[in-house]
Design a binder for this molecule. Structure first.
Ligand code: HEM
Length: 520
């Protein structure tokens, strides 16, 4: 005390009271799991148990089992990996208690996106959007995808010929963004031939949440209304404005033309516009269609949600195949027997390819783009003896679930045969959730699978992937939200007619069927 003689007793009391309140506030919520008898890592004041999403979830699963409690800053979060509980939460009680995801509210102009909205609002928007993802619609869009997958294949040719190392997500990202733009609003952005196009720039910036906002709102949720007032949001306002401006222009052009009730050119945007005219007010039907704002939000969300997840899935597929040449060879054999002589890829046959399906499933098991799912309890419920209090966030650690050694022997190994027709039957559907499940699962799942499979098949008809000096093995994973590599995946793309010769020099044979032996 002697070194601070100038503080009065009142000041000391105030200071100590402030420190006590500060510490108590930082720990206030941190006893909840202890009270409920649920194990979990020890939280730090204010910080909670935040760490590396994927690896930490795996470690917690090893230590605490199928259910544990954790804290994202001050917010308690119940992690659930128990398949029976997941069935109850994601399916059986989806409409009653677990309809909504956590909504931190800082969604900026995307506040009415289907992935964010709640209860009846969600049900209405989801019902309007669902018909755009029927098999019939996806089959129509397949024609557009095929045009773009051919462009993707052509764009890789010079890289293969010149034996260049490629950052594989640049190619698959450009393809994914072009597919999304063509299917969402019928515009060919040609990003495949221009990797630095603004649409890629804005789509890839979307999920890079500003860290300081994330931390401040977590520690002091009372600041959220102030952030809202200041227009601060998780999604980049410039990128949101970029997409909304393009879409608003296209929408205005269509509404001003005879396009209005067009039924042949049913891209996502047109389906949403048409949804407004589908109800007949003269029959007293209430218009359940989307508002102008809702339409622009959903189209923007499709663009960015579809781009990042599909591009990441394709990049990981290429990486896994490059590291497992015997799997790639077997897949190429299936491709060649389904579409002989590099024949055109057809929709029905593509979806019937069994080994392709196993390879895609296994790659998404190891690297599910969404490493965590969440739902919020609307009321206090008890599931399998565990009390989940009202407003509790239930977090499903998909990454850890997909690498649980009790469910997946040798979980770190890439073994597509786990998903063979025979073995698939014994997989509990609630242990494999790359697209979530239940009424609130991924709306674009079937669409995304077609997009991914088509690109993979067409690229593998013409090239193979291989690892090179610049390929990071094993990958360092990004510790944050979406599952992705911290550093870009670099691979070589080779043609069946390119090889490393005896002196270690890479050789490309332009007309391999005639010259195959002349270079040895
Ligand atoms: C490989 C690509 C994709 C993956 C891995 C993926 C994964 C997911 C996951 C895990 C969810 C959360 C599900 C849940 O909470 O149960 C989700 C939701 C969603 N996804 Fe996807 N997705 C992909 C592609 C797409 C595409 C291409 C679109 C749109 C065209 C799309 C649209 C949506 C929407 C709208 C939701 C929110 C659904 C709702 O709240 O009702 N996704 N996705």
């Amino acid at each position: 005390m002697g070194c601070l003689p100038f503080f009065s007793v009142e000041t000391w009391i105030l200071l100590i009271t402030f420190i006590c309140i500060f510490v108590i506030y930082g720990n206030w919520t941190h006893g909840i799991f202890e009270n409920l008898g649920i194990p979990g890592p020890k939280p730090y004041t204010y910080w909670g148990t935040i760490g590396r999403h994927n690896k930490d979830d795996q470690q917690c699963a090893e230590k605490y089992g199928k259910v544990w409690g954790m804290y994202e800053f001050r917010s308690p979060m119940l992690a659930v990996m128990d398949p029976d509980m997941l069935k109850t939460i994601l399916v059986k009680q989806c409409f009653t208690y677990f309809t909504n995801r956590r909504n931190i509210r800082l969604n900026g102009d995307l506040y009415d996106s289907v992935s964010t909205v709640e209860d009846d609002h969600w049900r209405r928007i989801r019902n309007v959007l669902t018909p755009s993802f029927t098999s019939g619609h996806i089959k129509e869009m397949f024609k557009i995808m095929k045009h773009l997958s051919s462009k993707l294949t052509a764009s890789l040719q010079s890289k293969a010929q010149n034996n260049e190392v490629v950052t594989i997500k640049d190619y698959f990202g450009a393809y994914s963004v072009d597919v999304m733009a063509s299917c969402a609003f019928s515009v060919d952005m040609d990003s495949i031939n221009n990797h630095s196009s603004p649409i890629i720039f804005h789509a890839s910036r979307f999920f890079k949440f500003p860290q300081f906002v994330l931390i401040l709102q977590g520690i002091f949720p009372v600041l959220i209304p102030l952030f809202e007032l200041l227009g601060i949001s998780f999604f980049s306002p410039t990128s949101t404005a970029f997409f909304k401006t393009i879409l608003a222009k296209i929408k205005a052009e269509r509404e001003g033309s005879t396009h209005k009730v067009c039924t042949t050119n049913l891209d996502f945007l047109q389906s949403m516009i048409n949804s407004r005219t589908a109800n007949d007010p003269s029959k007293g039907e209430k218009n359940k269609g989307l508002t102008d704002h809702e339409i622009l939000t959903q189209a923007t969300m499709f663009m960015v949600a579809g781009y990042e997840t599909s591009a990441t899935t394709l990049a990981f597929l290429a990486y896994n195949l490059a590291r497992n040449p015997e799997v790639m060879k077997r897949l190429q054999e299936e491709i060649d027997s389904t579409f002989p002589n590099k024949g055109a890829v057809r929709y029905e046959e593509l979806l019937q390819m069994e080994y392709l399906d196993s390879v895609v499933n296994e790659s998404m098991r190891l690297y599910p783009p969404a490493g965590r799912l969440d739902r919020v309890a609307k009321k206090t419920v008890e599931i399998r003896g565990i009390t989940i209090p009202k407003d509790m966030i239930v977090m499903i650690p998909v990454y850890a679930l997909h690498r649980d050694p009790d469910l997946w022997p040798e979980p770190e190994e890439f073994k597509p045969d786990r998903f063979s027709k025979q073995n698939k039957r014994s997989i509990n559907p609630y242990t494999y959730l790359p697209f979530g499940t239940g009424p609130r699962n991924c709306l674009g799942m079937r669409f995304a699978l077609v997009l991914v499979k088509l690109a993979l098949v067409e690229v593998l008809q013409n090239y193979s992937f291989s690892v090179c000096g610049e390929t990071e093995i094993p990958l360092t994973m990004d510790p944050g939200g979406l599952v992705g590599p911290l550093n870009p995946i670099k691979l070589k793309v080779t043609t069946p007619c390119s090889f490393i010769n005896r002196t270690g020099i890479y050789v490309f044979v332009s007309n391999c069927s005639e010259n195959q032996n002349t270079y040895y």
